[in-house]
Design a protein around this ligand. Structure first.
Ligand code: SAH
Length: 454
C-alpha cells in the first residue's frame, strides 16, 4: 500500500474515536467521516507499520446510516465526530464502544449492560464553550474550534452543539474585538493578548457568563465590551477576564478579574441551586446530567442511616443531590475553587450533613481511613484517566457495600472494574449515558457490590 493510491473498500467498523475502519491488503485503514456500510474509493494519506490513514475520495454506495451533515464546517472542524450518520446509528456505536471495553478489557459479561440512555436533543446542549480566537486570512478576528489533532483554528459563524445564546455572544465579542486594538495570541511565538472566548450558560436559570482568556492583565476597551454585551444579551450576569500568561495548552489561568457581576453564575440541577465559577467543573449537558445522577442514585440505594462519599465531587453536585437520603455525606475534590463552590452550594441548599475535603482523592481517602471513617456507599466520578490504583485499595478499606462508578472513558473504567473485582467487588449493572451527542464520547454508570465474605 502506498501513499496517494486509491482503493475501493467497505467501511466495516469504527475506532473508539469514531473514525471509520476498512481493511485493505489485510491492513486496517482509518477513514474519518466515514460510516459503517459505506463502499468508497479511499485515497491513502499516510502509511504506518501496522495501519494506515485514508480519506474518502468518492462514495460509491452510501451506508444506510448516513444523513446530511447540517454544518458547513463539519468535515474540517474537530468539534463533532458524527454529523454524517443518524443519531440512532451514533447511539449504536456508543453502546458497542462500552460493551467492547467492558468485555474485552474488564472481562465482565455483556449481560450487565443495559440499553444506552440517549439525549432528547442532539443539538444545542453544550452549556460551556472554550473557543480559540484567531485572525483569518482576511485579517478579521474570528472564533472557532481546533481541527482534529491540530491547533489550526477552523472558524465558524454558528455552532449547532452549543447553547444558541453563545452564537450571539460570540458575534458581539467579535464586533468588539475587531474594533479595538488588542492583539490576538499566537501560540508559536507566545505573544499577543486574546487567547480564548470562554462562555458558560446556566440553562435552567438562564444566567450567562462571558469570560475572555488573555495573556495580559488587562485589555483595551474592557468597559466598552461590558456595555456591548449587556446591551445585546438580556441574560448576561457575569463578565470575567481570566489571566493566563503561561505557555501551555491548558486553557484557563488561575487568576480571574471580574469585569461585571459576580464571579459565578447559578444553575438548577436535580431541583437544587448550584453556583458555577469559571474554574469549577460543571456537567456540560445539564438535562442528561440529571438523568445520569438519577441512575447513580438508583444504583446507590441509599438509606437514612448511611454514610456516602462523593469522590471527585467537583462543586458537589452528585453528593448534594443525594445528601437528604443519608446520615452524612463527604465530598472530595482537588480544585480549591470547586470545593469553595461545593461548601457554598451546601449552605445555599440548607444541607448541613456534609463535609468537603480539598485534595487528591487517593490521599484524602487514606486520611479518611486513618480517621476510622467507614462508608456504606462511595460514588466515584474521576477524569478520563480513571482512578489511581492506590485509591481502589483504600476504597476497599473504607468498606463500602456499594461503589457506583461514573466514568467518561470506557477503557479506563473497564481497567478499574478489573482491579475492583480483584479486590472483592463485583460489577452488577452498567448503563451507558450519552452526555455528548455528535461526539464519540460516552459516559457510563456502573454499580459494583462487595462480595460477601471478602
Ligand atoms: N462529580 C462532579 C465532577 C466530575 S469531573 C460532577 O458530576 O459535576 C471530575 C472532577 O475530578 C473534577 O472536578 C476534577 O477537578 C476532579 N479531580 C481531578 N483529579 C483529581 C484528583 N486526583 N483528586 C480529586 N479530584 C480530582
Amino acid at each position: 500500500m502506498k501513499k496517494n493510491e486509491i482503493y475501493t473498500s467497505e467501511i466495516i467498523d469504527y475506532t473508539t474515536e469514531g473514525s471509520g475502519i476498512c481493511k485493505i491488503d489485510g491492513m486496517a485503514v482509518f477513514v474519518p467521516n466515514a460510516a459503517v456500510g459505506d463502499i468508497a474509493e479511499i485515497k491513502i494519506l499516510k502509511v504506518a507499520k501496522k495501519y494506515a490513514f485514508g480519506k474518502i475520495e468518492r462514495l460509491i454506495t452510501s451506508s444506510k446510516d448516513r444523513c446530511n451533515p447540517d454544518c458547513p464546517v463539519f468535515s474540517k472542524c474537530g468539534g463533532c465526530t458524527f454529523r454524517h450518520i443518524s443519531y440512532e446509528a451514533e447511539l449504536r456505536f456508543k453502546y458497542k464502544r462500552v460493551a467492547d471495553a467492558l468485555t474485552r478489557i474488564g472481562g465482565v459479561s455483556e449481560d450487565i449492560l443495559m440499553p444506552i440512555v440517549g439525549a432528547e436533543s442532539a443539538d444545542g446542549y453544550r452549556n460551556k464553550a472554550q473557543l480559540p480566537v484567531t485572525v483569518d486570512s482576511d485579517g478579521r478576528i474570528r472564533v472557532g474550534f481546533f481541527a482534529p489533532r491540530s491547533h489550526r483554528v477552523i472558524s465558524f459563524d454558528e455552532c449547532a452543539l452549543q447553547s444558541p445564546v453563545f452564537n450571539k455572544a460570540a458575534r458581539i465579542f467579535l464586533e468588539w474585538a475587531n474594533s479595538e486594538s488588542n492583539s490576538v495570541y499566537n501560540e508559536a511565538s507566545h505573544s499577543g493578548a486574546i487567547r480564548h472566548l470562554y462562555l458558560r450558560h446556566a440553562k435552567k436559570t438562564g444566567e450567562l457568563m462571558v469570560c475572555i482568556v488573555a495573556n495580559a492583565d488587562s485589555l483595551n476597551g474592557e468597559e466598552r465590551l461590558v456595555g456591548m454585551l449587556r446591551e445585546g444579551l438580556d441574560s448576561l450576569t457575569t463578565v470575567v477576564l481570566n489571566i493566563n500568561k503561561e505557555k501551555t495548552n491548558v486553557i484557563t489561568g488561575k487568576k480571574n478579574r471580574v469585569l461585571y457581576g459576580d464571579e459565578y453564575i447559578t444553575d438548577e440541577l436535580c431541583g437544587m441551586k448550584f453556583r458555577i465559577s469559571p474554574l469549577s467543573f460543571y456537567q456540560v449537558n445539564r438535562s442528561q446530567a440529571e438523568r445520569l445522577y438519577g441512575i447513580a442514585a438508583e444504583f446507590a440505594e441509599l438509606k437514612k442511616h448511611e454514610t456516602l462519599i462523593d469522590m471527585y465531587c467537583g462543586t458537589g453536585t452528585i453528593g448534594l443531590s443525594m445528601a437528604d437520603r443519608v446520615k452524612s455525606m463527604i465530598g472530595v475534590e482537588i480544585i480549591p475553587q470547586a470545593i469553595e463552590d461545593a461548601k457554598k452550594n451546601a449552605e445555599r441548599n440548607s444541607i448541613d450533613n456534609t463535609r468537603f475535603i480539598c485534595g487528591d482523592a487517593a490521599k484524602a481517602a487514606a486520611e479518611l481511613k486513618a480517621e476510622g471513617v467507614k462508608a456504606d456507599c462511595i460514588i466515584i466520578d474521576p477524569p478520563r484517566k480513571g482512578c489511581d490504583s492506590s485509591l481502589i485499595g483504600t476504597i476497599y478499606d473504607l468498606s463500602p457495600k456499594r461503589v457506583v462508578y461514573v466514568s467518561c472513558d470506557p477503557a479506563t473504567l473497564a481497567r478499574d472494574i478489573k482491579l475492583f473485582e480483584e479486590k472483592g467487588y463485583k460489577a452488577e449493572k452498567a448503563v451507558p449515558v450519552d452526555m455528548f451527542p455528535r461526539t464519540a464520547h460516552v459516559e457510563t454508570v456502573v454499580l459494583m457490590s462487595r462480595v460477601e465474605g471478602k
